[in-house]
Ligand binder design. Structure first.
Ligand code: ZN
Length: 150
């Protein structure tokens, strides 16, 4: 039997970290995703920011509100006769340019401080100024639309 003297020592790379450590890192990562607030329940579908898709300079969740709402309907979690754009909703994404997490929410969610805190906690978002919370013209439920000035 021969011994290979010049065998290259094995070097562990970061992507070969023990599975357990990798799980811890992933668990600590902030997430991007989409949310609905329906009948007092918060529905979140999200992904660690490292696994998000890059759209222009924004890391975002690779699923639309329509698809997520369809999944909730299929699970019997929400009423089948309600469409996704009738429900207060929002999105969390990350700007790679400003390095800020943006939380865009319907005003119906925004005015509920407890619910906003729950979104921040659930998605492990950093505190201000690294996370900015605002409204967005895309996320206006029929209730918001009917209110002048909203
Ligand atoms: Zn609303």
């Amino acid at each position: 039997m021969t011994t290979r003297r010049n065998a290259v020592p094995k070097v562990a790379k970061v992507d070969e970290l023990p599975e357990q450590m990798e799980r811890i890192f992933t668990a600590l990562l902030p997430e991007v995703g989409i949310v609905f607030l329906h009948a007092g329940c918060l529905w979140v579908d999200s992904t660690p920011v490292d696994d998000a898709i890059l759209y222009d300079e924004v890391l975002t969740h690779d699923k639309g509100h329509d698809v997520f709402w369809g999944e909730l309907k299929a699970r019997g979690a929400v009423a089948k006769d309600i469409e996704y754009d009738e429900v207060p909703r929002g999105r969390v994404c990350y700007s790679t340019r400003s390095r800020i997490y943006h939380v865009y929410l319907d005003r119906c969610i925004l005015r509920n401080e407890g619910m906003v805190r729950q979104i921040i906690r659930t998605m492990k978002l950093p505190s201000a100024p690294l996370t900015v919370i605002s409204t967005d013209s895309h996320y206006r439920c029929p209730g918001c639309m009917s209110q002048p000035g909203e």
